[in-house]
Design a protein around this ligand. Structure first.
Ligand code: HEC
Length: 132
């Protein structure tokens, strides 16, 4: 009886490792679902819009050629920032709202209203949320 119990131990251990791995993958899937929720925007189009609107003139943006501006804060890791401009809780909705009208939230700050459409704001937000 003892002889039979011994060979099953490694198999049991392997099964535990598998369960642990599956649990890890499951958790991993849950975290980005909430955090990367981007209102259905298209991050690739968002990256193109960064160039179109000239955000890089004022912001340093990792992965965007020529985006080395120092007027506003660097957008490095912006997806993980807790507040936008120190006043707005960082969420996809608030990010879109900020991009469409930064003057509404911090009157007089250097980021202008650029007449960004809601759809373009969603795409920009989707791109910005890739910056972790
Ligand atoms: C003329 C300069 C200028 C331009 C152009 C500009 N910004 Fe800004 N941006 C700023 C400044 C200045 C702030 C800081 C505002 C504050 O904190 O009151 C800011 C803040 C931000 C923030 C919040 C950053 C943080 O750390 O909280 C985001 C996100 C942002 N800008 C994205 C963009 C995007 C995307 C574009 C292009 C569509 C853009 N900005 C264009 C100047 C600019």
């Amino acid at each position: 009886m003892q002889d039979q119990a011994t060979p099953t131990a490694p198999r049991r251990f392997a099964a535990l490792v598998m369960i642990y791995a599956i649990a890890l993958v499951a958790c991993d899937e849950n975290v980005p679902q909430g955090a990367a929720e981007n209102l259905g925007g298209n991050p690739r189009h968002g990256a193109a819009l960064i160039n179109q609107f000239g955000c890089g003139a004022c912001h340093t943006i990792p992965g965007v050629a020529g985006a080395g501006g120092l007027v506003g804060p660097p957008l490095t890791g912006i997806a993980q920032r807790v507040y936008l401009a120190g006043v707005l809780r960082n969420s996809p909705e608030n990010m879109s709202a900020w991009l469409q009208d930064p003057q509404q939230f911090v009157p007089g700050n250097a980021m202008p209203r650029m007449d960004i459409s809601p759809s373009d704001a969603r795409d920009l937000t989707a791109f910005l949320y890739t910056l972790r």
